[in-house]
Each structure stands twice: as C-alpha cells, then as structure tokens.
Design a protein around this ligand. Structure first.
Ligand code: AMP
Length: 179
C-alpha cells in the first residue's frame, strides 16, 4: 500500500452536494480493509511518541479514523459535535460556513489541563472548521494540541490560513481541489 494508491482511490464526485463542488468521497478508501489499516497505522505512527491522551474527532467524518487511532495510541476518544447533539454540559464556538454561521460543541468535562490532544478531521478545505475546533479545545486549557487531517484540498490555502493563526496542521495527503 502506498500514499499514491490511496490518493488515487479517493473518489471525486462532481456537483455534490451542490453544483460546482468537487466532493472528495472517502467511503471508497475506508471500505478497503488494507487502505483502512494503512491510514490508521500511518496516523498512529506519526503521533506515537507525543504522549497523546485524547484523540478528538470533528463530526462527522472525523469520527471514522479518530477512535481507531485512539485505541492504537492507548488514548481516549472525544467528539466535537454539531449544536444540540451532546447531552451534558457543553461549551461552544461559532464559525462561518458557506451559508452563514454554525456552532460546534464539546462536553465541558471532556478535556483538561493534563491532556495532550490529537485533533482529527477527514478533509482540510478553507480551514474554518479546524480553526474553530482548535479554539474550542483551547478553552478547556489542555497542555498541547496537534492538528491533523487526512486530506488537504490544495488550492484553498487552508494550511496557510491555519499557519497564519499559529496552527500547524499536518495532512497525510494533498489533492487538487478540482481534480
Ligand atoms: P473547511 O472548514 O472549509 O476547512 O471545511 C472542512 C470540512 O468540510 C470538513 O469536515 C470536510 O469534511 C468538509 N468538506 C469541505 N470541502 C469538502 C469537499 N470538497 N469534499 C468533501 N468534504 C469537504
């Protein structure tokens, strides 16, 4: 298994969910057992020596690999969810989506000062979601946050957007947004 192969197998779905969007569909790579394992191992290996205590996934496609990686690292899994989904006391942050403002939430007691966090999502596009998630986690006063995405959509400058705000987001592969 190689990264090149993995990259090739991400399915591009034109005009989903609306006209003009090239949707990068990862269901084709997570349904392949070798590719699923490859991604899990590669991700876990990159963070094995960092003392990660919690892997945080961003709803919903961040929930696919994050728990698998958490188990590999001997860490716990924590969800960041859309507004109104988490049952206990939450903190929230607003962020800009294509059509206005949205909110993401995390349980207030999910993370604390002893935590070293690996934050994961499937795709980095503009970087707005990742920035909001980092800022949300920072409110809980954790020790360190490592940001990670499976795929960077090249051409949207998400990595630069985050770097300008002091966040180094590591991505396993880059795919041209219009590819
Ligand atoms: P952004 O906040 O612009 O970085 O968008 C990132 C979020 O939107 C991630 O959770 C992605 O799953 C999703 N996303 C954005 N663009 C795409 C795309 N072209 N294909 C698939 N998912 C996308």
């Amino acid at each position: 298994m190689t990264l090149e192969q993995l990259k090739k197998d991400v399915r591009n779905v034109p005009n989903f969910p609306k006209q003009g969007i090239q949707f990068k569909d990862i269901t084709t790579i997570i349904s392949n057992p070798e590719e699923l394992r490859f991604m899990r191992d590669k991700l876990a290996d990159a963070y094995r020596n960092k003392g990660i205590t919690k892997v945080v996934g961003i709803e919903s496609r961040g929930f696919i690999l994050a728990p698998a990686v958490a188990i590999e690292l001997g860490a716990g899994f924590v969800p960041i969810r859309k507004q109104g989904k988490l049952p206990a006391e939450t903190i929230e942050i607003s962020y800009e989506k294509e059509y206005g403002i949205d909110f993401m939430q995390i349980h207030k007691d999910a993370l604390g000062p002893d935590d070293v966090v690996l934050l994961h999502d499937d795709i980095l596009a503009t970087g707005g979601s990742m920035l909001a998630a980092v800022e949300l986690i920072r409110k809980l006063g954790v020790k360190t946050i490592y940001a990670n995405c499976l795929i960077e959509l090249e051409g949207l400058n998400g990595k630069r957007f985050l770097a300008d705000r002091g966040i180094d987001c590591d991505c396993m592969m880059g795919i041209e947004v219009d590819e």
